[in-house]
Design a protein around this ligand. Structure first.
Ligand SMILES: [Zn+2]
Length: 239
């Protein structure tokens, strides 16, 4: 079974559509297309249940993910998720999260926004404390980062699924020893899945659950590319 995992960042009408921004109109078109073509967004929890106990997934599953925790994910994405009855995962960088009373001008999400979104529609995953790269951080610091993240989430009573997205999509690609130690650390810390970029459509069962590929959805891509990519990934684009 194929599982495309889509990666988004901002969804703002105030910024030009580009590498990190898709306009709310584009996103709605894409959601409508997924809905009309029979793709069913699944949650990480459903995927974990499928992996651990064989729970059946929809015939055409897709996973929708958003990185970094932007305010527009609350103001523009969440209403669309409700309208289309869809699910998405937001990978939060803890250090970016705002306190609504202190800074209302930030482009990042607040604790209040996070707690307001319904768990049926939005799950939260880990995306480091300070957006540092796990390719570069030493293992001891990665271990501290994961522990700090779990503490942060529980102190703020943010429900989260124990999975992470690598910042910059970066993992120890060229350092096999560190990669093996990192994956052992994930096991020890109860991290179930880790998402990179990679731009291919995954095939279930996963061969490498800590290197799940996501397709980078950019606001400057024409809509035919989206339709192609959710089936074949970005790697095999005809142009
Ligand atoms: Zn990021």
């Amino acid at each position: 079974m194929k599982l495309p995992v889509l990666m988004y960042h901002k969804v703002s009408e105030h910024e030009t559509p580009g590498r990190l921004n898709v306009s709310p109109k584009q996103l709605e078109k894409q959601f409508r297309y997924l809905w009309e073509s029979g793709f069913k967004p699944i949650s990480v929890q459903e995927l974990l249940d499928h992996i651990s106990s064989g729970r059946q997934l929809p015939a055409k599953p897709v996973m929708i993910t958003f990185d970094d925790g932007y305010e527009s994910q609350f103001s523009n994405v969440y209403p669309l998720l409700l309208r289309y009855n869809m699910k998405a995962v937001i990978f939060l960088t803890a250090g970016f999260i705002q306190n609504a009373n202190i800074n209302s001008q930030s482009e990042y999400i607040t604790i209040e926004n996070i707690l307001a979104m319904k768990q049926e529609n939005v799950e939260y995953g880990l995306h480091t404390m300070e957006h540092k790269s796990y390719e570069e951080l030493p293992l001891e610091e990665i271990e501290k980062d994961i522990k700090d993240l779990k503490l942060f989430f529980s102190l703020h009573e943010i429900p989260f699924v124990s999975c992470l997205a690598y910042t910059f999509g970066a993992f120890p690609r060229n350092d096999k020893e560190k990669r093996i130690m990192l994956f052992k650390l994930f096991e020890k810390e109860g991290i179930h899945l880790a998402f990179r970029i990679g731009n291919r459509v995954n095939v279930l069962p996963f061969k490498r659950k800590f290197l799940i590929q996501r397709i980078d959805i950019r606001g400057d891509d024409p809509s035919w590319k989206f339709k192609w990519m959710i089936r074949y990934g970005r790697k095999w684009l005809p142009i």
